[in-house]
Design a protein around this ligand. Structure first.
Ligand code: S3P
Length: 410
């Protein structure tokens, strides 16, 4: 539990921790590469540590020192049978990517997770993996994977999901023949697996490399919105990943009138990186739909906060995937923001938010609950900072999943 006091203005220059998606991929690909992979800027958060623990159980030696991680790659066929259940904690990325990695191994394994992860949909990866010949005995966690020989497939994905795509890419490395994955819409979901594979491939062999992980755009997102609401002279967030498959939020916020600039863009290990400059702006509600949602899939909760402080109404459509994240994020944001006096309604795939900037009642403090979801907790902490009275946030410890120093930075 934390108490959050309102703030009227701030200016700052910050760094956010390493990208969660890229950190997962760096240790997974490092584990099956030839030679050592050295990772700088690794996200030491609960989710990525769950991936490291699973890989260690698969016989991979991994050293951690601060945010520096060294992975002693075992080569494509060097993983060994785990002695115990592989525990993925709260991390959907760990469970789904490891299912892809383990489906074609020469040993059996079982993957499990916490109560939230046990409820999340896994058939989306198990169905296509079965088409590749995977022998997976269960469709909900604990997921029991039997040793199998995989064959390549042509798979047209029925949903937008980088986790499904990445699981199939990993399985494809073990399959006989070619695996082709067609996305619902080309380039709609994050492509970190593809970029990192290309970066690590040397003469057709996955090879240990030095990897520098950029700051996580999804973590920067909280401070981007706070900057738009409160940073009179501006906030600069340095060294953030700005891969276009991740930055749909910028497009949406700029459409609302947000003053956001990206400077010093460079390419690091295949990923676009830049410094993000944000200034306080008057925001006006907009409508966003299925074209943009996949590119801001993790930012919808914090986008809802921006909409709550804007003028006029914002409608977020085609967002059914949000209901099957760490919590039902549409419902969670509707419940919590309404406690703060915001008129907001959720359906199973949409959110409608009436902005308070031209309403008579400003957003006020309240006793809020994270719904045991890191991104809900941080979105609410930002709303509470911009509100006009004190708030209490219960369940703030979930923030450690992706951004352990968030509260001290805030
Ligand atoms: C992730 C992909 C997204 C995202 C999750 C991380 C990844 O999930 O929500 O936080 O690292 O591939 P989906 O691809 O299932 O939408």
């Amino acid at each position: 539990m934390v108490k959050i006091l309102p703030k009227k203005n701030f200016n700052s220059e910050i760094f956010v921790p390493g990208d969660k998606s890229i950190s997962h991929r760096a240790v997974i690909l490092g584990a099956i590469a030839e030679g050592v992979t050295e990772i700088k800027g690794f996200l030491i958060g609960d989710d990525c540590l769950a991936t490291i623990n699973c890989l260690r159980q698969l016989g991979v030696k991994i050293d951690i020192g601060g945010d520096f991680v060294r992975v002693y790659g075992k080569g494509l066929h060097g993983l060994t049978a785990p002695k115990d259940v592989l525990y993925c904690g709260n991390s959907g990325t760990t469970m789904r990517l490891l299912c892809g990695l383990l489906a074609g191994q020469k040993f059996d394994s079982i993957l499990d997770g916490d109560k939230s992860l046990q409820k999340r949909p896994m058939k989306r990866i198990i169905d296509p993996l079965r088409l590749m010949g995977a022998k997976i005995e269960t469709t909900t966690p604990p997921i029991k994977i039997k040793r199998a020989n995989l064959k390549g497939v042509y798979y047209k994905m029925p949903i937008h999901s980088a986790q499904v795509k990445s699981a199939l890419i990993l399985a494809g490395l073990y399959a006989e023949g070619e695996t082709v994955i067609e996305e619902l819409e080309k380039g709609a979901t994050r492509n970190h697996t593809e970029l990192m594979l290309n970066y690590m491939m040397e003469n057709g062999i996955l090879t240990g490399k030095k990897i520098t992980v950029c700051g996580d755009f999804s973590s920067a997102a909280f401070f981007i919105v706070l900057g738009l609401l409160l940073a009179g002279e501006g906030i600069t967030i340095r060294n953030v990943g700005v891969n276009p498959t991740r930055t749909g939020l910028l497009e949406a916020l700029r459409k609302m009138g947000g003053d956001i600039k990206i400077q010093n863009t460079r390419n690091i290990c295949g990923e676009d990186v830049g410094d993000i400059l944000v200034k306080k702006s008057d925001l006006t509600g907009i409508e966003i739909d299925g074209k943009l949602v996949p590119k801001m899939i993790d930012e919808v909760p914090i986008f809802a906060v921006a909409a709550a402080f804007a003028k006029d109404t914002t409608i977020i459509k085609d967002a059914a995937e949000l209901a099957v994240k760490e919590s039902n994020r549409l419902q969670a944001m509707a419940t919590e923001l309404s406690k703060m006096g915001v008129s907001i309604a959720s359906t199973n795939d949409s959110l409608t938010i009436i902005g308070t900037s031209n309403a008579c009642q400003p957003v006020h403090g309240a006793t809020l609950y994270s719904h045991n979801d890191h991104r809900i907790a941080m979105s609410l902490a930002i709303a509470a900072t911009a509100a006009n009275s004190e708030s209490t946030l219960n369940g703030s410890e979930w923030i450690d999943v992706s951004f352990p120093n968030f509260l001290s930075l805030l």
